[in-house]
Design a protein around this ligand. Sequence first.
Ligand code: F6P
Length: 544
Amino acid sequence: MTERTLLSSFPSYDKLATLAQSAHTPSLKQLFAEDADRAERFRLAAAGLELDYSKQLITQESLAGLLALATEADIAGEIDDLFAGKHINNTEDRPALHMLLRATSSTSSERLKEVESSRALMQTWSQQLRSGAWLGFSDTPITDVVNIGIGGSDLGPRLVTEALQPYQSDVNCHYVANVDPADLQSALLDLNPESTLFIICSKSFRTEETLTNGLAARQWLVNAGASDDDVAKHFVAVTSNIEAAQDFGIKERHCLPMWDWVGGRYSVWSAIGLSCAISIGWDHFAQFLAGAEAMDQHVKSTPLAENMPVLCSLLEVWNCHFLGAGNHVVLPYDNGLRQLPAYLQQLTMESNGKRVNANGALLPYNTGPVLWGSAGTMGQHSFHQLLHQGTLLCPADFVLPLNTHTGMDAQHRRLIANCIAQSRTLMIGRSVDEAEAALLDRGLSVAEAARLAPHLSMPGNRPSNTITMRSLTPATLGALLALYEHRTFCTARLWGINPFDQWGVELGKEIGVQVLEKLENAKAVSSMDASTEKLIDRWRSAQP
Ligand code: F6P
């Protein structure tokens, strides 16, 4: 393992730190006024997406500095290493090869063969289910599929199915993730056990939430009169732990593979996406993979200055590292993309929420920002107040498909207008003088206008990207998710992080087991802290 260099040790770092001090001056408004070509200059196209980053707080000089930083950090070499299958996930001694899941050719031909045979099975199963050929225990065709999984075994398939709902078939897909029994219960409420298929998605087949829900789903079938053989017709698994799936009662021929070289949060392209393939059909799922592959080709072969994921990553480092933002808000202006922030939370925060570098050395700077957001226009009526007038710098990504599948173009124009208006408002703001003039125009007295103007004024100069696509299709969605994957990778490497492990979630799982033992057996020996013991007692005394 080569020694990781601290970001702050690269030659361009100090210059960027100095430039960051004056990043707000001149303002974005002035920068646009001074450069008629700014919108064209700070724009990129790749794989069906367009990125407008002209509303970022950058100048030609700071952009050049960021690109120099990327060169010094050898980001191009890092991308080559990723695609070459180097063991970048050094704590688990593995490569990260999720790109292979959407590849049509590869140097790793053995692995690609396995992927292709998994794709062939996905295609067959999805066709059988969509055509009504897959029968349940009373020879009833399957009408509903319930995906049981959590984290990467839930968020990706859930997002893709919702986002591509216009492509949906007659088979309905449902998603159950939470160990709260209310999640499973509400999903099963209107379903018929005879026509429901469960997909247990779990790379490890050890995840508590998934196994608990899987067992409860099996019991639901048994309660409806299904025998053991019947139950087997209603379960398939996607896992790298086929033995555990078989122990659970799932037939080997009903298991699709996962591999240790795919991280959960990078796995929607694998058989973990089976529910999506069932929902949108194989051809559309193949287009989804092709869109991501187009972004892979772009990131691999495009010089840094025109490389969309690299650029997005440099802007993230600029905003979060040099300008101290510490958060990143994602605002998809498309109702189908309402799960995008949740999906990206796992992708970015489970990848880059780390405080040591890949060599295990404590990092002297902040890393992974908090990612948050919601679908536009919903956020405008809740947290956009803070974006416009709060004290926190919240760099935004607006994601905007330019056409709608609804056929309601006039109404959709309102959505488009809102999105474009928000990024402009964040940028231009409104000075106290402008606010005062507007209040006087409304007929307020001079004193009243002066009193209210500070409340109506907005600083503006708040940075954003706008990512557009002609419309949200399987291909553009694939490209969009791959863009964020590569952006996450490049940012991780600039910070020196291994983005492919997630040790931070393990201790909580262990302590969860210890607490459950205490809940189930009051005599279980434990020496937990007084607050935890009290909470356990409080639960015990609340039991009927
Ligand atoms: O606990 C975190 C995590 O390991 C994620 O990384 C993963 O996506 C999720 O749990 C589900 O894991 P599995 O697919 O093994 O059930």
